[in-house]
Design a protein around this ligand. Sequence first.
Ligand code: F6P
Length: 231
Amino acid sequence: MNVIQTNNYEALSQRVADYVQELVGAKDQPVLGLATGSTPVGFYEYIRQTQPDWSHVTTFNLDEYVGISPSHSQSYRTFMEKNLFSNISVMASYIPDGQAHDLTAECTRYEQLIAEQGQIDLQILGLGHNGHIGFNEPGTSFQSRTHIVDLAETTRQANARFFESIDDVPTQAITMGIQTIMEAKKIVLMVSGHDKQHAFNRLMEGEVDEQFPASVLHHHPDVTVFVSDVG
Ligand SMILES: O=P(O)(O)OC[C@H]1O[C@](O)(CO)[C@@H](O)[C@@H]1O
């Protein structure tokens, strides 16, 4: 696990954008795994500003809420449109369908879509306060593939700031599984802010435990952690 400390959030966002762009520029048909949440917002902003050619890029998002429409203001489809796709054209972008009639079939379909691409070249992750990656909450099997999750109450509270009230925060999501994430060739984990200090320190302790999902990354051969402002 390679850890890169940066001076501030802006520097972190630029470093990640440069890292991603280097890979995108070097491959014929790169496949990126993308994340939502507040941490990657600056990275997307930097990509929008620099306007790289991503017309050969295929993207897969980690997760989507269950039960809200793609056009809902807080859906992850809306997040991605606002932060990236409205300004940057990609070859194809995939996000789980949280309104699918058969959610289990949707999870299978999403895994098949990824498999058809061969492999995700680079997966971007944020870090939840409880160590979640994607929406894989503590206790999720390291063997898990794309699945439906009941969101932890703490996660719903953390995300309530984006909704009118906590009651509006969905209780479930579809997320890539931990095994799905671990099959990416490269992984970038972005960690920023004092509120992530505890989670970051726990990750750095190095103990691998299903009760702290991000710890599985110690078993991946190519992880870069970009960090700012956790001290
Ligand atoms: O970047 P944030 O907003 O701190 O969120 C961290 C993680 O939590 C989630 O937003 C889910 O709650 C993930 O999508 C993200 O990676």
